[in-house]
Design a protein around this ligand. Structure first.
Ligand code: 5RP
Length: 220
């Protein structure tokens, strides 16, 4: 079974005509957006808000009409992937480097649905290194502050250069081992000058569509 495809397409059940829909980033969100594009071609009337330039390009290719924040009051639904999901539906996101836009859109959405294949389900967050988006200025000092919180940082690279987010920032993939108190860590990281945001999404997901014991399930 192509889990990502099955899960991504299942999330279409939440889409209703007239909605403003936040479009996630990543290989699972790709299947959601692709199917949404097909439905738009068949007459579905929705507007999309992309969480990354990559998703924006995909949506344009698929003919999904896009809106910017100044044109809307709210986002009805956001659908996005995750790198880890715990039993309380807390998430690590940002494997694709889009965590800031993803969090802005998830926080603005009335309903936030996460689409995560079976490998993403964990007891405790932290095996996947936590992506932390930081401004390039003062990088070494920001790293020191994050290390004071117990994180081992690695500057994300792409083709031998620091990876740049859509916002022109760097990503520090940060190993905290087990993250026992995700809310506290999310807040502490975001208090560090130089940190823009981090990939902990705590208490944000309304539901997670996933595979457990080879069965497609929606966890609330
Ligand atoms: C991008 C993300 C993705 O949603 C996350 O990395 C999951 O990706 P995939 O669906 O490809 O496994 O947070 O920043």
């Amino acid at each position: 079974m192509n889990e990502k495809k099955v899960i991504g397409e299942k999330a279409l059940e939440y889409v209703k005509d007239g909605m403003v829909v936040g479009l996630g980033t990543g290989s699972t969100a790709y299947y959601f957006t692709s199917k949404l594009g097909e439905l738009v071609q068949q007459g579905l009337n929705i507007k999309g808000v992309p969480t990354s330039k990559k998703t924006e390009t995909l949506a344009n290719e698929l003919g999904i009409p896009l809106v910017s924040f100044n044109e809307i009051e709210k986002i009805d639904l956001a659908v996005d992937g995750a790198d880890e999901v715990d039993a309380d539906l807390n998430l690590i996101k940002g494997g694709g480097g889009a965590l800031l836009r993803e969090k802005i859109i998830a926080a603005s959405a009335k309903t936030f649905i996460v689409i995560a294949d079976s490998h993403k389900n964990v007891d405790t967050l932290g095996t996947f290194p936590l992506p932390v988006e930081v401004v390039p200025f003062g990088l070494e000092m920001t790293i020191k502050h994050i290390r004071d919180l117990g994180g081992k940082t690695e500057l994300r690279q792409q083709q031998g250069k620091p990876f740049l987010t859509d916002n022109g920032n760097y990503i520090l993939d940060t190993n905290f081992q087990e993250i026992k108190e995700p809310k506290e860590l999310e807040k502490k990281l975001n208090l560090i000058p130089g940190v823009v945001d981090n990939g902990l999404f705590v208490g944000m997901a309304d539901a997670v569509i996933t595979i457990i014991d080879k069965k497609l399930v929606t966890v609330f």
